[in-house]
Design a protein around this ligand. Structure first.
Ligand code: SF4
Length: 312
């Protein structure tokens, strides 16, 4: 079977499966084709943008000292600088007060002209997203206000859910880039923590922030799909088998906000089999050129419905 990257001439980089692209394939192979093979972009929505902003703030929060993390004040002060980086990723050094939070945040984010090659894939991606965010939420618009206010609500509530002054994450936005049984995978872990128990046992925990509603028990397991894959990738890439996974619903009531799941060998083995099966099906579709549609309720939210053969 030919490599999938041979069939994707518009692909700037060889195709890798991420948890979200694998999920797209499971949802609908045609949707995967639009996004992963044709590289069609899906514009951000208010919901995805306010989620991205909240994630950016939660990542940068741990750049502050434990003392500064004792109240939401410093984190709330990050919202505007993080948003400015989203809508204008690069500015000239010297345009901001050197000691300001805005400059501090750009230092941490390489948000200066010259820190990142502006022709690089990474910079181009940031600039393209920035244009989309600005189109969605022009400066001073009601949409921009809604995004900023929602992020403030999330961050304020987060301090009811966790005590970020009490621990130092081992890593944040950790990039995983690994092949497992010839399946090329990529993913980013929101936060990786390491604890030592009273019995001197080392425990690693993967945490993923969610800014949406807590799903019912019936749908909760689906939310662990990406996390299970992260656990497998972490075990393979840096030989760390996490003790557990935690979904953190940042805006929820504290008693409902943290959903844990223990990691065991069966979970890793099942995930390995599952991802190999998905990759094999992807390659079968590449070879045949057949990307079946899967007409369903979610089609109403699909960016490609207007041109999808299932609906035209
Ligand atoms: S509209 Fe539905 S069937 Fe068509 S690509 Fe989107 S999810 Fe698939």
């Amino acid at each position: 079977m030919e490599a999938i990257s041979d069939h994707s001439p518009t692909t700037a980089k060889p195709l890798r499966l991420s948890p979200s692209s694998a999920k797209d394939f499971l949802t609908c192979p045609k949707l995967f084709h639009y996004k992963a093979i044709e590289k069609r972009r899906t514009p951000p929505t208010i919901a995805t943008t306010r989620g991205s902003l909240s994630h950016a703030v939660l990542e940068r929060l741990f750049d502050f000292s434990n003392e500064q993390r004792q109240t939401p004040d410093a984190a709330l002060a990050l919202i505007d600088p993080c948003w400015q980086i989203m809508v204008e990723p690069f500015v000239e050094r010297g345009t901001l007060e050197p000691d300001s939070i805005a400059a501090f945040t750009r230092d941490a984010d390489d948000g200066w002209v010259g820190d990142l090659d502006l022709d690089s894939y990474e910079a181009t991606r940031k600039l393209t997203s920035a244009a989309d965010y600005r189109e969605l939420a022009p400066a001073g618009s009601a949409e921009e206000t809604e995004i900023l206010e929602y992020a403030a609500k999330m961050i304020t509530n987060y301090f009811r859910v966790e005590r970020p002054w009490n621990f130092d994450p081992e890593d944040r936005e950790l990039k995983l880039f690994v092949e497992i049984d010839d399946v090329p995978l990529i993913g980013y872990i929101d936060r990786l923590d390491r604890y030592v128990t009273g019995d001197n046992e080392e425990r690693w925990v993967i945490s993923d922030y969610k800014t949406g509603k807590v799903p019912s028990e019936r749908y909760l397991d689906e939310n662990f799909f990406a996390m299970r894959l992260y656990a497998l990738m972490l075990a393979e890439q840096i030989d760390i088998v996490p003790h557990s996974l935690r979904l953190i619903f940042v805006g929820a009531e504290p008693k409902d906000a943290i959903k844990p799941k223990l990691v065991d060998q069966k979970l890793l083995d099942d995930t390995r089999v599952e991802i190999a099966r998905i990759w094999s099906q992807v390659n079968a579709s590449v070879a045949s050129g057949d990307w079946p549609t899967n007409k369903q309720r979610l089609c109403d939210w699909c960016d490609f419905k207007a041109e999808c053969p299932a609906w035209t």
